[in-house]
Design a protein around this ligand. Structure first.
Ligand code: NAG
Ligand code: NAG
Length: 332
């Protein structure tokens, strides 16, 4: 009898592990709060506590939001000295055309706290403010959004640029929060050895999508020293996840179609052989790419002037053509 019960439990657990079902949040069926308008961005705030400062984040609700339909949530974390408004413009997740499982997404732009150099930052960098618990901040945002809106809790995703990309990796390497996030995207990310030294205590395979330009002088492709700390190379970061995900063999190499990428600037490295839980690792190596979010147009802050970093363009738009389709494939 006990044996059968054990077998039963084991099979229920196995089913749960491979389930792709929607997990509707407690906000499903609730009327959205006054002042929150679908198709618009609203500022949110979490009150200070005894040991944490007040926190701010912007939330964009899709134009087709329906409170009886579970929507995916995508977090987009800005870089060092960035802010939530610029990150919304840079990463372009606030678009009603972007669909995950056929529904509009809820896009969330959190604001980092000023660090030791008086510039905004995320936990885990050499310059981040001591004692600020950004992982707790993400947990609180998730539970707030789940309770307020109809969220599909199996479809919460995280993307970030530069220090924000390094923070996305910290989320992936922290099991208590990684357990709530279905897939991860890092863009021109800074992986400081202060938080990431290959010792990433994950307890599950995770889908990882990474973009990096070979002409990134801020977070260098081959790693190096920055802000008094060491950054690992892009290859080290990617191979770390390949190994933790149990993927076998080298990456399959492909390029964007020559119509969009005549010079074959963008090499796509895909590790997808026998990865645990089908958690593949995909890396975009952008030849000549700068410290930027891959886009074909300039963000607003550049005022139409091409210069360096965010004010450069490349041959594809990462958000609609790569990140959203990648996220769409994964549920918890
Ligand atoms: C997509 O959403 C529909 C409707 O909410 C749901 O029945 C289905 O299971 C979802 N599919 C996946 C793969 O999440
Ligand atoms: C590489 O970046 C530097 C500094 O941002 C810039 O001056 C240079 O023009 C860039 N080179 C290419 C090939 O884009």
């Amino acid at each position: 009898m006990g044996q059968y019960l054990l077998l039963y439990c084991a099979s229920v657990l196995a089913l749960a592990a491979f389930s792709t079902a929607v997990i509707p949040s407690s906000g499903c069926g609730k009327v959205i709060p006054l002042g929150i308008v679908p198709g618009q961005t609203t500022p949110f705030q979490i009150a200070a506590t005894a040991d944490q400062p007040v926190r701010h984040y912007n939330v964009w609700i899709p134009a087709d939001f329906q409170n009886d339909r579970p929507h995916a949530v995508v977090f987009s974390f800005h870089g060092h000295n960035g802010d939530m408004a610029k990150q919304e413009d840079l990463s372009q997740f606030s678009q009603s055309e972007l669909l995950i499982n056929h529904s509009g997404i809820i896009a969330v732009y959190p604001q980092g706290i000023l660090g030791t150099d008086k510039e905004s930052a995320w936990q885990g960098a050499p310059y981040s403010a001591a004692g600020v618990d950004d992982i707790l901040f993400v947990k609180t945002m998730i539970s707030t959004l789940e309770d307020m809106f109809c969220v599909d809790s199996s479809r919460i995703y995280a993307a970030g640029k530069s220090n924000g990309g390094g923070f996305v990796n910290l989320l992936a390497c922290t099991p208590s929060i990684a357990a709530k996030i279905a897939a991860f995207a890092t863009v021109s990310a800074a992986f400081y050895t202060t938080t990431f030294n290959g010792d990433c205590p994950t307890n599950r395979a995770l889908p990882i999508l990474d973009f990096h330009g070979t002409n990134d002088t801020v977070a260098q492709y081959n790693g190096g020293h920055s802000h008094g700390a060491t950054e690992v190379s892009v290859d080290t970061f990617r191979l770390g996840w390949v190994s933790r995900n149990g993927c076998q063999g080298g990456p399959a190499i492909s390029y964007l179609p020559t119509e969009t990428d005549p010079e074959q600037l963008v090499e796509i490295q895909t590790w997808n052989t026998n990865c645990l839980a089908d958690s593949i690792v995909v890396g975009y190596k952008i030849t000549k790419g700068d410290h930027a979010w891959p886009r074909t147009t300039l963000p607003k802050k550049c005022n139409g002037v091409v210069s360096t970093h965010d004010c450069t363009t490349t041959v594809f738009d990462a958000t609609p053509s790569v990140i959203i389709p990648f996220f769409n494939k994964y549920t918890l």
